[in-house]
Structures are given as structure tokens and as C-alpha cells.
Design a protein around this ligand. Sequence first.
Ligand SMILES: [Zn+2]
Length: 97
Amino acid sequence: MARIQVDTPCFLCGTAAACGDTDHGNRKFYQCSAEDCGDYEISVAAIRKLKGATSHRQQLKRVAHDHRGTDTFVEIIVGADNQVVATAVKRYSGRRR
Ligand SMILES: [Zn+2]
């Protein structure tokens, strides 16, 4: 992960989070400091789709929280059917870095 910004508002809950660009700027990795949120990587396309979707963001926040403290994090992307999909990914897999 290249530059990491601290105190960026979490996309899912708005709490202060660390955020870094991944995948050549096509995705962002968030590490949220909120107890009920978590770590996730989200694509720019998914951010665009979820901007006005508050209830969907809250649902994803719970998914991110489920993976807090585990060896996985949540990857949130727009799938082939144009729907937002969240998948658990192993940390430090190195497959995209
Ligand atoms: Zn959060």
C-alpha cells in the first residue's frame, strides 16, 4: 500500500479511519477505528454506487465488523451483474500488490 492517510472519514460509518489507495488508485483500503466497524477494501465504482445507499452501507459495516481481528478483510466491488458484492479476502495474500 502506498500513501496512507490517517483520520479519513470511514466510507461506511464516517468514523476516523486510516485509508490508503490500492490497485493503482482503483480501490481504497480502509482501517476504521470504530468498534462496530472494521477493515475493508472498496473499489471506486462501488463507492460511486453506494454514495446514497445508507442502509446498504450499514449492512456492509456489519460485514466488515465480522472480519475485525481475523486474518481476512472484506473486499467490496461491483460485480459482473452490476450489483455490489462483498467477499472475504485473506490478508497479505500479495495477489495484487
Ligand atoms: Zn467505519
